[in-house]
Design a protein around this ligand. Structure first.
Ligand code: G3H
Ligand code: 13P
Ligand code: ZN
Length: 362
């Protein structure tokens, strides 16, 4: 289904605002396909997980949009509705400081125009209260994550509550975190490991008292490329227990990269030195989604694709120094990777159904 182009935005504004009035946010009289995170969750809950992908630069942004529309080599390919998916683009504090937060916003605004069919949300990943406030006040973000999980329970609730009040005033939703993501190393005993997982009873109290809209839960994953040793995986018993006491409430899984073996091997063959890297089995995404894990955070995998392509390119072309030489195959490889990931999340092929449901909500 057609989206909009900047040229027709003015003419068709009335029709679009009628069609999408619940979800599409208007910006200076233009239609934006940046929707609320809540809209994405409502459509996905219990059926599939929405991929939440971290970006830092332009090539990642272009690859991400292409991949979510089922395109690969060029922005002008026809969108593939069997592959196209709603998604969340997430920006960490590190990403906001890497160049300048304004570049990120400008890139995403440009991507909206270049890829008018995309429907997505913009999210702050792992925010402090201060950065959450900045994002809320900017009016650009669909949602923010306040990460006060390192604080004691009551302090985590108080901080989250303050962010929720400020965010909800502006129609922005809030992800909070309870429990500690940690390494799941073999030398940590099972009980110590379980002590880090989110406690279901605490989760109910946390959600009620903080008013948050989604909850990042510790269910066995950890950030980065070295998640598990041996055959550990997600704690489905914990996911199930949380869903039982918080039915219908979206859970968020951090540390969800699958750390694909083929990319680790390609990196190492091209001069890298990654050790015993391992990630979440992609076959676990959909069973987790069916139990209420509605947002799945992926950053590390995108970094691996980036690293592999750049290393291989300059290994194979040692006399080349053009940023476009690795940049072009990276965008294609990252797009292909995202399309494949969305198939595992179950979000591939959901874009047109979401578009229709946003329209039907009017
Ligand atoms: O959860 C953390 C994300 O992977 C962001 O990482 O802070 O290095 O950008 P970063
Ligand atoms: P990974 O390190 O597994 O990609 O997790 C990313 C994440 O949780 C971002 O918030
Ligand atoms: Zn995270």
């Amino acid at each position: 289904m057609a989206g909009h182009t900047p040229a027709v935005v003015g003419e068709t504004k009335a029709a679009f605002t009628q069609f999408f009035s619940v979800s599409v946010r208007e910006r200076e009289g233009e239609i934006s396909m940046i929707v609320t995170t809540k809209d994405l969750f409502n459509h996905a809950y219990g059926k599939y997980a929405v991929g939440a992908y971290n970006i830092n630069n332009l090539e990642q942004t272009v690859g991400l949009f292409r991949g979510n529309l089922g395109l690969k080599n060029s922005n002008d390919e026809k969108i593939d509705t069997k592959k196209s998916a709603p998604f969340i683009i997430q920006l960490s504090r590190g990403a906001r400081g890497f160049t300048d937060k304004r570049f990120l916003e400008a890139m995403i605004r440009a991507a909206e125009e270049v890829f008018p069919d995309a429907i997505f949300a913009v999210h702050l990943d792992h925010g402090t209260e201060e950065v959450c406030c900045d994002c809320i006040d900017s009016g650009f973000y669909s949602s923010v994550m306040i990460d006060a999980s390192h604080d004691p329970f009551d302090k985590n609730i108080e901080t989250t509550r303050r962010v929720v009040e400020r965010a909800h005033d502006k129609g922005i939703s809030v992800e909070a975190e309870l429990g500690m993501l940690g390494g799941v190393e073999e030398d940590i005993s099972v009980s110590a490991d379980h002590a880090c997982l989110t406690d279901p009873d605490q989760a109910v109290e946390f959600v009620e008292r903080s008013g948050c809209d989604s909850l990042a839960v510790a269910i066995g994953t950890s950030h980065g490329a070295y998640k598990f040793s041996g055959s550990q995986g997600l704690h489905f018993d914990r996911i199930e227990a949380i869903q039982k006491v918080l039915p219908g409430f979206p859970m968020v899984m951090h540390g969800s990269s699958s750390v694909p073996k083929n990319w680790v091997e390609r990196i190492n063959k091209a001069g890298g030195k990654l050790g015993a890297a391992s990630g979440v089995s992609e076959d676990q995404y959909l069973p987790a989604a069916k139990l209420g894990v509605t947002k799945v955070n992926i950053d590390t995998d995108g970094r691996l694709v980036w690293c592999g392509i750049y290393r291989e390119t300059f290994r194979d072309k040692p006399d080349d120094f053009d940023p476009r030489t690795p940049g072009k195959p990276f965008m294609a490889a990252y797009a292909e990777y995202i399309t494949g990931k969305n198939q595992k999340l179950g979000s591939a092929g959901q874009l047109e159904s979401l578009r229709a449901s946003l329209g039907a909500a009017v």
